[in-house]
Design a protein around this ligand. Structure first.
Ligand SMILES: NC(=O)c1ccc[n+]([C@@H]2O[C@H](COP(=O)([O-])OP(=O)(O)OC[C@H]3O[C@@H](n4cnc5c(N)ncnc54)[C@H](OP(=O)(O)O)[C@@H]3O)[C@@H](O)[C@H]2O)c1
Length: 297
């Protein structure tokens, strides 16, 4: 989905203004010249939109957008897609979490020889960078770091790159890491020489044979992180789904078939349809020649 510069600036402005809002008493107001202000009461017809908050509700029901006069359909669509990454409930015990996966129609996110660049189209890459710019942190598993060596920055859009988090139980080649604050989660005491001051190792016990996702998220929350984009791979995503710690999922479905390769989602086998995870009110977006399905879980 294409986003005009004025709309992108508006989203960044909403993110910045949201840092200082008191959600129990204030609303966010979007003015006709795309400014963002805080207010306790408004006459809606004077503005493009007002966003009110329900501080006791979970993330998927935490805010409501009321539209005034003159809002374009395009802006409504943009707000509908992107506000959920910004306006997260900061009082919840764990951060808002979302997964974004680029997959083929037959559900593959890499070939059998683990090649995945690029399954998604260019618009998808820009969209992924937008989410990176809107969340507080981006998290990946050790294998994705080792294989893809992703930069995890926002070079394709205006904005600030998020904090990085990587889960890995064996040592990583840290020269592949781009600059900026990074947490390395591990269940082992890994030793690195001359660790840069921006890199912090966080050890978490894995009594279950893996690091419990909830414990990891609680640590991130204590560090002031309220939203996390989980960018894969499948093993890491599996833990989030099985621990019921995923707030939102996004599938970019590219018009291609591999017929073999690595599945994006692999969970325990099920036998009955009532064991399936059903997406709650999915929404569909055109992304260049592909479609994207977005749903809260
Ligand atoms: N198309 C896409 O959108 C997309 C996106 C991302 C990745 N990918 C592809 O996905 C593939 C890699 O996926 P993958 O499933 O093999 O690996 P992965 O999820 O990237 O990494 C798995 C590793 O992360 C660590 N880990 C993750 N969660 C953990 C937990 N809760 N507790 C303990 N350790 C945890 C472990 O590290 P150790 O190995 O150090 O024990 C584990 O082996 C690559 O081919 C990549 O290209 C595709």
């Amino acid at each position: 989905m294409k986003v005009k510069a004025v709309y992108w600036d508006l989203l960044l402005n909403i993110k910045e203004t949201y840092q200082t809002i008191n959600v129990s008493t204030e609303m966010l107001i979007i003015t006709h010249d795309y400014n963002v202000i805080k207010s306790t009461n408004i006459v809606l017809s004077d503005y493009l939109a007002a966003i009110s908050f329900y501080s006791n509700n979970a993330n998927d029901d935490f805010f409501k957008v009321l539209y005034g006069n003159g809002v374009s359909r395009k802006l409504k669509k943009i707000l509908d897609l992107y506000l959920g990454y910004i306006l997260v409930n900061k009082h919840s015990k764990t951060p808002f979490t979302c997964v974004h996966l680029a997959q083929t129609i037959d559900g593959k996110i890499a070939t059998i020889s683990r090649k995945s660049k690029w399954i998604g189209n260019e618009e998808n890459l820009i969209h992924a960078h937008r989410i990176r710019a809107l969340v507080d942190a981006i998290l990946i598993g050790g294998n994705t770091f080792r294989i893809d060596k992703p930069k995890l920055d926002v070079r394709l859009v205006k904005g600030k790159s998020p904090i990085k988090a990587i889960i890995a139980n064996s040592t990583l080649e840290l020269e592949d890491l781009t600059p900026g604050k990074t947490y390395l989660f591990s269940n082992k005491k890994l030793s690195y020489n001359n660790l840069h001051k921006d890199i912090e190792i966080v050890n978490i016990d894995d009594t279950f044979g893996y690091i419990p996702t909830k414990s990891l998220l609680e640590v991130l929350k204590q560090k002031g992180i309220h939203s996390v984009l989980v960018e894969g791979g499948p093993l890491t995503i599996r833990r989030f789904i099985e621990d019921k710690m995923l707030s939102r999922i996004e599938f970019h479905i590219a018009p291609m078939l591999f017929g073999s390769g690595k599945n994006g989602i692999e969970l325990q086998e099920i036998h009955d349809l009532d064991e399936a995870i059903r997406l709650n009110n999915p929404k569909y977006y055109n992304i260049g020649n592909a479609i994207m399905i977005v749903s809260n879980l």
